[in-house]
Design a protein around this ligand. Structure first.
Ligand SMILES: [Fe+2]
Ligand SMILES: [Fe+2]
Length: 241
């Protein structure tokens, strides 16, 4: 099974593998090309051959400089050490909780730690900002990256949708996300969830690179607000029981 690769913003590539188990789900990784290429999500360890082959269609794998992901799960970072082995200059970049609790031990080379809001220049025309999003979408180590030149937010499992959709869309991402959450509750809907979504919505993103859905190039702020309202309603109804 091969992975398809498509450019979703200037120099930003979406690598996607559709897994047709149950309702079917896409697993996406994102490559930011440039002087210091960054891969956001490594994919599962068993998918390394296909995902690395897709990366190689854009850059020599050895040129990969940064490996980022949101949180410790196999689809996010299962192939982390495979990529570290294949790319001698590559380094994992993550937030303070992630590196402190897990990555410093799990990764075969020491990671680079960024604090919330810290910017990492990845070449002369690219900068990624780390946003600490504890428990959003889930896991206390969760972070997201925001690439400022293309205004792309790498939003991990937010807005997960079942099925094999298009590469990019500006259509409704709220109803599919609510349906997926109802079927397989995966969001950690703590009191932090809605404020975190509103913070993400306020970044000014033009594209949201979603792990399990088409890349979204509609109104990101409105989508985040709608999901925040849904989470608040779920939290209120759970509290009222
Ligand atoms: Fe996840
Ligand atoms: Fe995921």
């Amino acid at each position: 099974m091969g992975a398809r690769i498509d450019e979703i913003a200037d120099g930003i590539y979406r690598i996607s593998t559709f897994v047709s188990v149950g309702p079917g789900l896409a697993f996406n990784q994102f490559l930011i090309d440039g002087e210091e290429p960054l891969l956001f999500h490594t994919g599962f360890r068993h998918m390394f051959p296909e995902i690395s082959a897709a990366v190689r269609t854009v850059i020599p794998l050895e040129k990969l400089r940064w490996i980022g992901f949101s949180h410790l799960e196999a689809d996010e970072c299962g192939a982390m050490n495979h990529f570290l082995a294949a790319a001698p200059e590559a380094q994992v970049v993550h937030g303070q909780i992630g590196t402190l609790t897990s990555i410093s031990d799990l990764a075969d080379r020491p990671p680079r730690t960024l604090s919330d809001g810290e910017v990492l220049p990845i070449g002369s025309r690219r900068r990624v900002r780390l946003i600490a999003t504890p428990h959003v979408p889930h896991s206390w180590d969760a972070v997201m990256l925001y690439e400022e030149a293309t205004r792309t937010l790498f939003a991990s499992d937010l807005f997960t949708a079942f099925g094999d959709g298009p590469v990019s869309s500006d259509g409704d991402i709220i109803a599919p996300a609510i349906a997926a959450e109802n079927a397989f509750p995966s969001a950690a809907i703590t009191p932090l969830a809605a404020p975190t979504l509103r913070r993400l919505g306020g970044l000014g993103a033009r594209t949201m690179a979603l792990m399990h859905a088409p890349a979204y190039n509609g109104d990101v702020a409105s989508a985040c607000e709608a999901l925040a309202l849904d989470y608040e309603a779920r939290l209120a109804s759970a509290s009222a029981v």
